[in-house]
Design a protein around this ligand. Structure first.
Ligand code: PGA
Length: 265
């Protein structure tokens, strides 16, 4: 009766493993990968939390050899919404998987703003990624104008619903990245970020109640070693997507250490 139900609830309350992903953008090289490999080979933080590096695609094979062997995962920064064919310059999700990737970033705000990727395109990319066995990291977030106009919730829900068509929520990571915080040095306050993370988890719960408790929701936007602890201690923040600070091995490693926190969610 009551006791059994309580025990079951206890077991079902999973503490999510933290995940920290480096997004190198159009930066980095094989030397930087070597420096990461040496650092993580020694620190072994990746035994306690998930750590992944998304270098430019031409370095994926090198990353595969250096990092997968020591438990650091590898991801692509983008993939095609097409499976194959006459699409010059594109890289398919399957090709990323063949190159040793576990993750792929989808819909980063730079892709949306600078390369005109629409929400409709995101849905195709998420589907391609999952079909290839990758875990898509769907990036969403509002601009400052949208936040100030009171459109935050609407924008987040719109981005989620248009990108998550026929998606398996059991194999998805969501990254909340307020556009005004990316590369600007302005971080969302831990409370501001937590509010949106909770909104996202609640939205997922309306589609997939069980997956909602397990899904990792990462914060991104000017995360540094000195603000990571406070952000990662929030109940619904399960790690980070790190741009600028991921180009410095020591700083990125310190951010990973900050994500190694135990929370009862
Ligand atoms: P930033 O970038 O850490 O340099 O703000 C984050 C991102 O774009 O993923």
């Amino acid at each position: 009766g009551t006791i059994c139900a309580a025990q079951r609830t206890g077991q079902e309350r999973l503490v999510r493993t933290s995940l920290v992903i480096a997004n190198w953008k159009l930066n980095g090289d094989a030397e930087l990968l070597k420096s990461f490999a040496e650092h993580f080979h020694q620190s072994e933080i990746q035994q306690h939390i998930g750590v992944a590096i998304c270098p430019p695609a031409v370095y994926l094979k090198t990353a595969d050899v250096l990092l997968n062997a020591i438990g650091v995962k590898v991801g692509g920064q983008n993939c095609s919404e097409f499976e194959q064919g006459a699409y010059t310059g594109e890289i398919s999700a399957q090709m990323l998987a063949d190159s040793g990737c576990r993750y792929v970033l989808i819909g980063h705000s730079e892709r949306r703003a600078l390369f005109a990727e629409s929400d409709a395109v995101m849905a195709g990319k998420v589907q391609q990624a999952q079909a290839a066995g990758l875990t898509p990291v769907l990036c969403i977030g509002e601009t400052l104008e949208q936040r100030e106009a009171g459109e935050l919730e609407q924008v987040i829900e719109q981005q989620l619903s248009s990108a998550c068509k026929e998606v398996d929520f059991e194999n998805l990571v969501i990254a909340y990245e307020p556009v005004w915080a990316i590369g600007t040095g302005k971080t969302a306050t831990p409370a501001q970020a937590q509010d949106v993370h909770r909104l996202i988890r609640n939205w997922v719960a309306t589609k997939a109640p069980e997956a909602a408790q397990k899904i990792q929701i990462l914060y991104g936007g000017s995360v540094k070693a000195d603000n990571a602890t406070e952000l990662f201690s929030q109940a619904d923040i399960d790690g980070g997507l790190i741009g600028g600070a991921s180009l410095d091995t020591e700083q990125f490693a310190a951010i990973c250490q900050a994500a190694n926190v135990k929370k009862d969610s």
